[in-house]
Design a protein. Structure first.
Lengths: 350, 621
């Protein structure tokens, strides 16, 4: 259809979808100043703009918590559903059947995913639902004022809470254990990497888990805390330098400098280029990925980058062999069996 | 032999669950049905896969009263573990058929006992492989019973042919075993009991189906596009029927699908997915029972407040908690009526039979989209899992109602000026857009948190108040849309009976018995909540209205008292629950606590005075 788009400022550059960056923005954030989640929200805006996605083709989902408030702060022109604590995956799973051509972006937190929502998280991963699943991971509950979350490191000391006694849950390990087809870890303090990973995650056909360490400046940003800006900056160990090349973008491919170590082609023909940094790392082996995560834990490193990808798999909705027309555009003629069938049905009874 | 009793008795088979007896029992039921005799069959089974006692009770009734009969006229005992109890259960003058390998004494002399050499006869059936002997062996008692009470063999063949999906080999193997039973009984038994079947024409044009299958078929005719579910007795077969019939009824030439059925990881996810799909514009549903509904509570509250269309079937079983998973109940009514935290009012449909399970199957999907709210359909185990005689299912007589949905063109026409929760029409029902709408002004953000008419976050006190008041108005509007009650008025009736759901047949039987005793009553079967004007008028019309239901606390009675406080003193509760399907006996006895037949006392006026006293007592409570 032809649509009247809101007038863009004369000078504002547009992408190939004819949209300006503004068309991807959300409402002003009400999160704390300096919250990692705000930085991730801006990278979602940037990634969608640069990928020339139409906001009307994106669905936003979230559960409950600081992280889950953030879908209001990006993509105002996209439909969004802020559901229940830990239950974002099920709502997204059902909604994505409505129009399988849409991109799903879910935002969750470490409490929403690794505690109350662990069951739904594991199952949305297992089903390979075609969506980006972002965990804005800061190790604490913010809205209830600073309790430990299940990803908090053992021994973490917080003013009111004392010392954390329990071993942390590793979102990436859990994802791989549940047969995720795309697993990455990043750091809100590394916006460029966040953006490139987001693009690859959106292009991926299936579940793409992004565990993004996103410091809570109010409750858990002490220099020695695993989820702090300072610790992250000191201990980040990127696996590779990563760039996303959209499908059929020949100029970009020619522009890539030689020396790129590995290319991973995604379902839609786009490519993730992984430039070697230090050791070789191939993100297509589950066992290697688990081993690397285990080593990173022992060596006290924040390993970031594309940890595991399995591009060939078909997504959850693919397996249902749905009609080409979005299901939510079907009408009575498509959905109600013909009048003469009722006789057959009655005969099928006894 | 006493006087012949024709087409008016019950048969109970006591067997071991998982032993294949359900095929035999269904065969008896279907054959009697095909003989034109009104019949019902109820499986009274334990929560177990194999090895526990289970009973199947068949009621034959020429007058069409098919509720459970508490008297057991013919008992077939196959299970040594329940032999003594089965023997005890036979009504005086009844018949007792038992497997002769059970070496237990038949101690009663007031009944007719027939020993059946089941093991011996099945061993003689050369075509039955040894691994199938136990299963097929059940057909021996079918044959013996057929010979002794007069079940038409041709109809038995038809029932087997249907059961085995027209495959000749299993049909004939089972049928030949039935015949072996017939031949043996003819040669060896002498009829000494009074029970006979004689063909009638009272089932002509009718079908036989269970409520769960009917519900699934109804949903398919309602254009269901998405169903997520989690296995739970007694609702499982509803979702499984969707899987059985969708591929047949929604088959397309290109082989592609217009629907998806997802087995979720739990009931929370099942409703979550269905809500996601309903929000996305799909006709979405889930099916569960009480424990599952408990888990769905938070999501149900969200869907009420966020105004998401979705259909939730609750095939009720006994609770609380696990309760009795295989026993029937009407115990989820008050729980469902206000499910969710904070203020909420549910729209509930109450099908009364298999035919209505089909009808409400498609109507619920219309109502969900029209009212933009969860629609609960409360069936129960008795209706859902047992085979019932029914009028044939009828094709929907109205086009699909997709409710108030704005397309790209509509939004363009409104120049983008619309509000998701804005009451434009004064009926409390707002307009919605569907994800995938490509107009840049179409999107909105759905949230359980406070929102204004434009779906924007707000904690403003007066706006929250306004939103909640509009939801209340919408519930009022729902009264115009939900199925009206069925009313059967009797001229000169002294009392009104109000019931709902699967108890109808038993209630009607109790009413007929009471009428014969001289107590005339009118009947209303409520089919939906919120209650509409007709319900109120019915209560106003009678001096007392007795609310009959299958739960402990009189939940329908409670809801009626809440909705019509001024009429509450007139409302009396007959509530009973033990896990078994309703029987006319307890209903009749319950009604008699409040109203006495005029005929039993020569002075009718005196009786009225007694009635008033009891009404006062009720009011004081």
């Amino acid at each position: 259809m032809t649509q009247t788009l809101p007038m863009a400022g004369a000078a504002a550059p547009t992408n190939t979808a004819g949209l300006t960056r503004k068309d991807y923005q959300g409402s002003p954030s009400t999160l704390c100043q300096g919250c990692g989640h705000n930085s991730i929200a801006s990278q979602i805006v940037a990634a969608c703009y640069e990928m020339n996605l139409v906001p009307e083709k994106i669905l936003k989902f979230s559960g409950i918590g600081c992280s889950s408030k953030s879908p209001t702060y990006f993509l105002n022109r996209s439909f969004g559903f802020n559901g229940l604590h830990g239950r974002m995956p099920s709502v997204a799973t059902g909604a994505l059947f409505a129009d399988a051509s849409m991109h799903g972006i879910g935002v969750s937190g470490d409490g929403d995913t690794a505690s109350i929502g662990m069951g739904q998280f594991k199952h949305v991963v297992r089903r390979n639902v075609d969506m980006v699943y972002i965990v804005e991971n800061n190790g604490v509950y913010g809205l209830t004022k600073g309790q430990f979350s299940a990803t908090a490191e053992v021994g973490l000391e917080l003013k009111k809470q004392g010392t954390n006694q329990y071993m942390p849950i590793d979102i990436c390990m859990e994802s791989i254990a549940s047969n995720a087809t795309f697993v990455a870890r990043s750091f809100a303090g590394d916006p460029k990497q966040v953006k490139e990973l987001l693009k690859a995650a959106i292009a991926h056909n299936g579940i793409a888990v992004l565990d993004i360490i996103s410091p809570c400046v109010t409750f858990n940003n002490q220099d020695n805390a695993y989820h702090s800006y300072a610790w992250g900056k000191d201990h980040e160990a990127p696996l590779h330098e990563l760039s996303f090349i959209p499908a059929r973008d020949e100029i970009m491919i020619e522009d890539i400098e030689p020396g790129a170590e590995l290319e991973v082609e995604l379902h839609d023909g786009s490519v993730v280029k992984l430039k070697k940094l230090g050791n070789d790392y191939n993100p297509t082996h589950r066992w290697e990925a688990l081993k690397m995560l285990e080593e990173a834990q022992r060596e006290n490193q924040l390993v970031t980058g594309l940890i595991y990808v399995e591009p060939a798999k078909s997504s959850f909705t693919d397996t249902y062999n749905l009609v080409d027309m979005p299901l939510n555009r079907l009408t009575e003629a498509d959905l109600r069996p013909a009048h003469e069938t009722i006789k057959m049905v009655n005969e099928m009874m006894f | 032999m006493n006087q012949k009793i024709v087409n008016e008795f019950s048969i109970t088979v006591g067997t071991v669950n998982g032993s294949g007896s359900s095929t035999a029992n269904n065969t008896i039921l279907r054959a009697i049905f095909k003989m034109g005799i009104p019949v019902s069959g109820k499986n009274l089974f334990p929560s177990n896969i194999q090895g526990q006692p289970t009973w199947y009770t068949i009621r034959v009734n020429k007058d069409g009263f098919l509720g459970r009969d508490e008297s057991q006229h013919i008992v077939v005992a196959i299970n040594p573990a329940s032999f003594a109890r089965d023997l005890e259960s036979v009504a005086p003058g009844g018949a007792f058929f038992y497997a002769d390998d059970i070496k237990q004494p038949v101690t009663r002399t007031d009944i007719t006992a027939y020993a059946m050499p089941i093991k011996q006869l099945i061993r003689a059936q050369a075509e039955v492989p040894s691994n199938l002997r136990d299963l097929v062996g059940n057909m021996v008692y079918v044959g013996i019973l057929a010979q002794m009470i007069g079940i038409d063999l041709e109809k038995i063949h038809a029932a087997l042919d249907f059961h085995f999906k027209h495959r000749e080999k299993p049909t004939m193997m089972n049928f030949n075993t039935v015949k072996a039973g017939v031949d043996w009984a003819r040669a060896n038994l002498t009829k000494a009991d009074p029970f006979f079947l004689e063909p009638m024409n009272k089932t002509d044009g009718m079908i036989m189906a269970d409520g769960n299958t009917a519900a699934a078929l109804g949903a398919i005719y309602g254009g269901v596009q998405f169903a997520a579910w989690y296995p739970i007795t007694p609702a499982t077969s509803l979702a499984e029927s969707l899987n059985d019939y969708l591929p047949i009824l929604r088959k397309r030439e290109d082989g592609k699908h217009t629907y998806a059925v997802v087995q979720a990881e739990d009931e929370l996810a099942a409703l979550g997915m269905s809500i996601g799909a309903g929000w996305g514009g799909l006709r979405a549903m889930t099916s569960t029972s009480g424990p599952g509904l408990s888990l769905m509570t938070e999501f149900a509250g969200l869907a009420y407040y966020a105004e998401v269309p979705v259909v939730i079937w609750d095939v009720q079983r006994i609770g609380p908690s696990t309760g009795l998973p295989t026993r029937t109940s009407q115990g989820d009514l008050t729980f469902t009526a206000h499910i969710g935290h904070g203020d909420s009012h549910s729209v509930i449909l109450l099908p009364g039979d298999v035919f209505e399970c089909f009808e409400f199957g498609w109507k619920a999907l219309d109502l969900a989209e029209r009212l933009q709210t969860p629609i609960f359909v409360l069936s129960d185990l008795d209706m859902g899992m047992n085979q019932w005689m029914s009028k044939p299912f009828e094709y929907p007589n109205t086009p699909m109602d997709r409710g108030k949905v704005l397309t790209e063109k509509d939004i363009e026409g409104l120049k983008g000026n619309w509000g998701r929760y804005l009451d434009k029409d004064g009926d409390g029902i707002p307009y919605r857009t569907l994800p995938g709408n490509q107009h840049p002004m179409s999107a909105y953000f759905t949230r359980g948190t406070g929102h204004d008419e434009y779906a924007k976050y707000t904690e403003e006190a007066h706006i929250f108040h306004r939103v909640m008041e509009r939801l209340k108005l919408k519930h009022e509007t729902a009264k115009e849309y939900v199925p009206a009650p069925i009313v059967r008025e009797t001229r000169g009736a002294e009392v009104g009976i109000l019931a709902f759901g699967s108890t109808e047949s038993a209630v009607e039987e109790a009413r007929a018995q009471l009428a014969a005793d001289g107590l005339k009553s009118s009947m209303m079967r409520v089919r939906a909540i919120p209650f509409n004007k007709t319900v109120e008028k019915f209560i106003q019309k009678y001096e007392q209205v007795i609310v009959v239901e299958m739960n402990r606390d009189g939940q329908m009675h409670q809801l009626l008292c809440m909705d019509f406080p001024a009429l509450a003193p007139k409302l009396k509760s007959v509530a009973f629950q033990d896990g078994l399907p309703a029987s006319a006996k307890w209903i009749r006895e319950g009604i008699l606590k409040f109203a006495k037949p005029a005929k039993s006392s020569p002075k009718g006026k005196k009786k009225v005075a007694v009635k008033k006293t009891s009404a006062k007592k009720g009011a004081k409570k």
